[in-house]
Design a protein around this ligand. Structure first.
Ligand SMILES: N[C@@H](CCC(=O)N[C@@H](CS)C(=O)NCC(=O)O)C(=O)O
Length: 239
């Protein structure tokens, strides 16, 4: 069987989301990291974004489309609930996490306090010879997207307060269940896990602290981590 390739960097919340989905499905894969921004367009001419998944001779783009595809080709374990009302909530949170919540992360990464560490983190994944040119392009390009969206214009104190509120709201949705609206992990949890994982990756200590201050959130993060770890059996994946 052809090998499955995940194009992108696991520093991206969307790539991490797909990596975790593959692990839940028990699909072996290799990560192909970008060498330059030109790779994004080469891998994914449609949107120029990562992740892209090469699987069974096809290339899929967009983390949500990819996970939906994985659920179609490997139905068990399912990453959405069979109950339509629960499934719609999981899809809604996945979309909220990808298209809205993500911008809190971007704002925090590209805040004046963190932008240097963020740029260094990204550049460390680029081959040394390409770093000078990447340094000229990547930070400016990504920061300008964050500023255009708007949250990145808030001062850090406001950003922390707002992100903390979003986390409290997530805990409200979680209530006393192990995963969002369900006893088993779904696309909603994977999407949030990707965002939290990037937030805990170093350049945004303010975001990592907001998670650590909330024991319920930290436990939720660790629970998704365990449920989606590579090589776990079904019994081991149980919360
Ligand atoms: N909706 C897309 C979002 C992907 C996305 O925004 N990826 C970012 C990395 S975190 C990217 O490739 N950015 C490069 C660019 O915008 O040029 C998905 O879920 O896959």
């Amino acid at each position: 069987m052809e090998s499955t390739k995940l194009f992108g960097s696991r520093l991206s919340p969307f790539v991490e989301k797909v990596a975790r989905a593959l692990q839940v499905k028990g699909i072996e894969f290799e990560v192909v990291a970008p060498k330059s921004p030109a790779d994004f367009k080469k891998w994914n001419p449609q949107t120029g974004k990562m992740p892209v998944l090469e699987i069974s001779g096809t290339r899929q783009y967009d983390s949500s489309f990819i996970v939906e595809y994985l659920d179609e080709v490997i139905a068990d374990p399912a990453l959405t609930a069979s109950d339509p009302s629960i499934r719609s909530k999981q899809r809604f949170i996945e979309d909220w996490s990808d298209e809205s919540f993500y911008w809190y992360l971007m704002a925090m990464r590209w805040a004046p306090e963190n932008e240097r560490a963020t740029a260094m983190q990204i550049l460390s994944t680029v081959p040394p010879l390409l770093r000078p040119i990447a340094n000229l392009i990547i930070p400016r390009q990504i920061k300008s997207a964050a500023l255009a969206q708007g949250l990145a214009r808030l001062p850090m104190a406001e950003l922390e307060r707002e992100l903390g509120r979003r986390f409290d709201e997530v805990l409200g949705w979680l209530a006393d269940r192990p995963f969002l609206f369900s006893e088993t992990v779904s696309i909603a949890d994977l999407a949030l896990f990707g965002q939290m994982s990037t937030l805990c990756s170093g350049p945004t200590p303010q975001g990592a602290r907001l998670i650590d201050e909330r024991a319920g959130l930290r436990d939720y993060y660790d629970r998704i981590d365990r449920a989606t770890a590579r090589g776990r059996s079904r019994a081991q994946r149980a919360a």
